[in-house]
Design a protein around this ligand. Structure first.
Ligand SMILES: Nc1ncnc2c1ncn2[C@@H]1O[C@H](COP(=O)(O)OP(=O)(O)OP(=O)(O)O)[C@@H](O)[C@H]1O
Ligand SMILES: [Mg+2]
Length: 245
């Protein structure tokens, strides 16, 4: 994935949300897009996914330019797990997942098998026929992830997949991401949990106020900055301690 001189100012906004961002991630990695609240993480990945239109700049995803001509093709190759839970609360987990599988052209017994397989992997088999409105936050997050992987995307993009979940759910999600990557797929995930990203990612981009602050192997970034003990120190080194909103 290559992002070149990306800019985004939303209609009616004065300040840009993304202001000249350049980075690239090699395929087959677990990459992290990190930054505080309002840094522009969701805006950036929404542009990468083709959901939001950039004001300027270019994005290459799965070796294709993200433009009107390639949007549909890219959509089939990527899976998107949004920051906000995007499930129908009145439907069961099973019904939701069949619905999302159908959206990708999957159907019949093979889709049902796949849904059941993933429900089991994510520890939700007992809740398959329960309404999502009755789920805990962690169960909703896990179901939200399954909805994005039924079509076996080569690139899985997750926006804060571990936000607001307990330790058990978090471990299950992180373990799954490692395994999904080990079977040859790329992962791009956003987080403001730097410790988690340091442990999970091969490569990180740290952004703040729409701009790139640092990119590299998280362990190397810590080493380069001799006074920093971890990625959080590196981050504070660049951004300071002021609250961001
Ligand atoms: N649809 C929109 N219209 C106008 N401004 C927006 C819109 N979406 C986001 N913004 C603004 O763009 C900036 C970046 O927001 P964005 O959601 O991309 O940040 P983020 O890094 O994902 O933050 P968070 O960690 O809180 O999810 C913020 O100042 C936000 O208020
Ligand atoms: Mg966000």
């Amino acid at each position: 994935m290559v992002v070149k001189d990306l800019h985004k100012t939303y209609n009616g906004a004065v300040e840009p949300s993304v202001a000249g961002l350049d980075f690239s991630f090699p395929e087959g990695r677990i990459a992290g897009l990190l930054g505080p609240n309002g840094a522009g993480k969701t805006t950036t990945i929404s542009i990468i996914c083709g959901i939001v239109k950039a004001s300027a700049g270019t994005v290459t995803v799965c070796q294709l330019p993200q433009d009107a001509m390639h949007r549909e093709k890219i959509k089939q190759m990527i899976g998107i797990v949004p920051q906000q839970i995007a499930l129908f609360p009145g439907l069961t987990a099973f019904e939701n997942l069949i619905y999302f599988g159908n959206l990708y052209g999957l159907k019949g017994a093979s889709l049902r098998r796949k849904v059941n397989h993933y429900l089991e992997i994510f520890g939700l088999e007992h809740a398959a026929n329960k309404e999502v409105s009755k789920f805990s936050g962690g169960m909703k997050r896990r179901t939200n992830i399954i909805a994005a992987i039924l079509h076996d995307p080569k690139l899985l993009i997750l926006d804060e997949p571990t936000a607001g979940v307990d330790v058990q759910s978090r471990n299950m999600i992180l373990q799954f991401l490692k395994e999904y990557n080990a079977s040859g797929n790329s992962i791009l995930y956003t987080s403001h949990l730097l410790e988690e990203a340091q442990a999970l990612c091969d490569e990180v981009v740290i952004m703040d106020q729409g701009k790139l602050i640092a990119q590299g192997d998280p362990h190397e970034l810590v080493e380069i900055h001799g006074e920093c003990r971890n990625l959080e120190d590196v981050f504070l080194h660049y951004t300071g301690h002021a609250v961001r909103d």
